[in-house]
Design a protein around this ligand. Structure first.
Ligand code: NDP
Length: 443
């Protein structure tokens, strides 16, 4: 499974040969960024100070601020001003006005599901620009990467702070607010459950999907364009990362209605964790493989590339089928077939905040009978595939799988704690029937 990294030949030559000064300075910074251990060792051994690294970091620029403002404004317009038309001609796609889950206070929010449309139009424009219009260079995101990071941070902190103030002074649904008494925790984890401006601008749906996930595939495309500009071609590793992550992104928008029933929307409040996470963490950390491959243009051997592709596709299949099984089961109240059979069910009940008793069902068939969160395993396999596409010569691209393993393990424990207190004895019956959380026989 050999991976050939070609860091030296075209890289130094091309980077030095870049005509655009700004691009060249970004290239220098990026190289320093990829040599992760170098600056740390320099600081530890006293050869450099934090201020030296800070001095090399590109500042925010007027161009980046204009670009970012234009980008966010465009996404806001697509979200608020263009009702979904995709559901009118795409068979099987559920878009337009849809209902979310019942909130703890008993509110059912309506959402305008038009993410697929926004993604398609944005990418159509991107390709039209690259092949016809030439309004901007396809490398524009890479070329302004660090200045854009400052802009993303400004938006991330602004929206988290605004959500906090809004939660205290003019919440959308006061009965769904959570005040812990700890100011810092309130800021981090949020007060309001579903903050909105007006009837339709929903913070959770907008920030996760638009500046976060629409940007993901655009950033990868920009990295691929930069790799071609610097090295003369796009490697198979870059193609794999672009394709596998695009499948994940398109899946998200195709199933945006399903997203309304996930933990992010159903249980988490909107604070810094989601606000800053969507604006900064997601676009900057989830795209590390592409960034790495700009500087280290890995060309994989055919068996390695096929292995990565298969791992990514099998992971995606498990992720999608597991999530679909639960969604179908809940939508049909168990009147469906899972793996061709009537599903096994655990009937359960719980009491909501207003003291009302409710009934629900837990699925014990399909992937939900294999382990209690096998959907996370599929996600982790896909994440590992992105990292393995980058070969084995640097730890940086593996940050993603390490992060996802921590995120999803923590999420699994957090969710199970919540389910145990929600369903009590019924949850114990489920854990007895399906004893493992992620991997049968291991965890
Ligand atoms: P889940 O889709 O696993 O939802 C958990 C909830 O489902 C529980 O709280 C419970 O809710 C219900 N549930 C649990 N077990 C059963 C069962 N056996 N039968 C029926 N319902 C059950 O979690 P997430 O929302 O976290 O994840 C959704 C997907 O998104 C996952 O595939 C995950 O990998 C992915 N994800 C990706 C992230 C990324 O950054 N790439 C981040 C987070 C998630 P209830 O109270 O309704 O019973």
């Amino acid at each position: 499974m050999a991976a050939k990294s070609q860091p030296n030949i075209p890289k130094a030559k091309s980077l030095d040969g870049v005509t655009n000064d700004r691009t060249a300075s970004q290239g220098q910074w990026g190289r320093a960024c990829c040599a992760l251990t170098g600056p740390v060792v320099d600081i530890v051994t006293g050869h450099a100070r934090l201020s030296d690294i800070w001095a090399k970091t590109p500042p925010i620029t007027r161009k980046a601020a204009q670009l970012y403002t234009l980008w966010v404004t465009f996404q806001v317009l697509l979200y608020t001003s263009l009702p979904d038309f995709c559901h009118k001609f795409l068979p099987g796609y559920v878009g337009g006005i849809q209902e979310g889950a019942v909130t703890p206070a008993g509110v059912v929010n309506k959402y305008q599901i038009n993410g697929l449309q926004a993604w398609l139009l944005t990418h159509l424009l991107w390709f039209a620009n690259a092949h016809l219009l030439s309004w901007f260079s396809p490398t524009i995101i890479f070329d302004n990467w660090i200045p854009l990071l400052w802009c993303a941070n400004i938006l991330g902190y602004a929206v988290s702070t605004f959500a906090m103030v809004k939660g205290y002074f003019f919440p959308t649904s006061a009965r769904d607010c959570k005040f812990t008494g700890n100011f810092f925790y309130n800021y981090m984890m949020g007060i309001e459950f579903n903050p909105r401006i007006g009837k339709w601008f929903d913070f959770k749906l907008f920030f996760n999907g638009r500046p976060g996930i629409v940007a993901w595939t655009l950033i990868n495309l920009s990295f691929a364009a930069k790799q071609r500009e610097l090295h003369g071609h796009v490697t198979n590793a870059m193609v794999l990362v672009n394709v596998l992550q695009a499948i994940y992104v398109i899946d998200f928008f195709w199933n945006e209605t399903w997203y309304l029933k996930t933990i992010d929307i159903c249980h988490d409040h909107f604070g810094w964790y989601l606000g800053w996470g969507d604006c900064v963490w997601l676009p900057y950390l989830y795209t590390l493989q592409g960034l790495y491959l700009v500087y280290h243009p890995v060309q994989l051997s055919t068996p390695h590339a096929v292995g990565v592709l298969l791992l990514g596709l099998v992971g995606y299949y498990i992720f999608r089928v597991a999530n679909h099984q639960k969604d179908l089961f809940r939508r049909t109240d168990g009147r469906c077939l899972i793996w061709g059979r009537k599903p096994k069910v655990i009937e359960c009940s719980y009491t909501s905040a207003d003291g009302q008793r409710h009934h629900s069902k837990l699925l014990v068939s399909g992937f939900w009978g294999v382990a209690r969160h096998f959907n996370y395993v599929g996600d982790l396999m896909g994440s590992l595939a992105y990292c393995l596409a980058c070969g084995g010569s640097h730890l940086l691209p593996y940050f993603y799988i390490i992060y996802m393993a921590i995120l999803l393990t923590h999420r699994c424990l957090r969710d199970e704690h919540r389910c145990a207190s929600k369903y009590g004895r019924d949850w114990e019956r489920y854990t007895a029937a399906v004893p493992y959380r992620l991997l049968p026989g291991i965890f």
